[in-house]
Design a protein around this ligand. Structure first.
Ligand code: RP5
Length: 185
């Protein structure tokens, strides 16, 4: 993937990272995004999937620039064995909702912050799905939580992922407790 060149919002530490190697030909999680300019935000979540050992793929799928590709992706996802789709998009961010309309695989939307409106446009576009077609929406630019939610979905029927999440939560707790201990000294 080639990173977008324009000034784009980036999560902390995202700019120096790349989509991790080892993308799977038989993914359980599909990560899609509307543009390569979304990559700096989305690769943070991709790194979480990699860290948890989740087989995943990453693809640029645009609802408005590549609508046929989007349709194919959504309609084939279930038969390809994909159990959760993470879809990041900015602006009039219809990608997650459109994909969710064409598959019963759970879709997690990541509102990507663009250069205007602070990402609220993306957030509202994704979170305000009319009844009948749900999209689980995470906070603006929070591909980390999208990845963790996808892992929770896998954990519902693959206990090894639940165990890994428990471990993750314990290490997060230990980290916070260690920090507060240092402060209190
Ligand atoms: C959306 O439009 C993408 O998800 C991206 O966030 C936004 C801008 O795309 P580019 O013009 O940077 O390609 O489709």
């Amino acid at each position: 993937f080639i990173m977008g060149t324009g000034p784009k919002p980036q999560e902390e530490n995202a700019s120096s990272q790349k989509i991790p190697a080892g993308l799977s030909p038989t993914p359980l999680v599909g990560m899609i995004m509307g543009s390569d300019s979304d990559l700096p935000v989305m690769q943070v979540g991709a790194n979480i999937l990699k860290k948890f050992g989740v087989p995943f793929e990453v693809k640029i799928v645009s609802a408005h620039r590549t609508p046929h590709r989007m349709t194919n992706y959504a309609t084939e996802a279930a038969s390809r064995g994909i159990k959760a789709i993470i879809a990041g998009a900015g602006g009039a961010a219809h990608l997650p909702g459109m994909v969710a309309a064409m598959t019963s695989v759970p879709v997690i939307g990541v509102p990507v912050k663009g250069s205007t409106l602070d990402g609220v446009d993306s957030l509202h576009s994704i979170v305000q799905m009319p009844r009948g077609i749900p999209v689980a929406t995470v906070a603006i630019n929070n591909s980390t939580n999208a990845a963790l939610l996808a892992i929770r979905i896998l954990g519902a029927f693959m206990p090894e992922y639940q165990a890994k999440l428990d471990e993750y939560h314990h290490s997060m707790e230990a980290e916070v407790l260690a920090k507060t201990e240092r402060l209190e000294k």
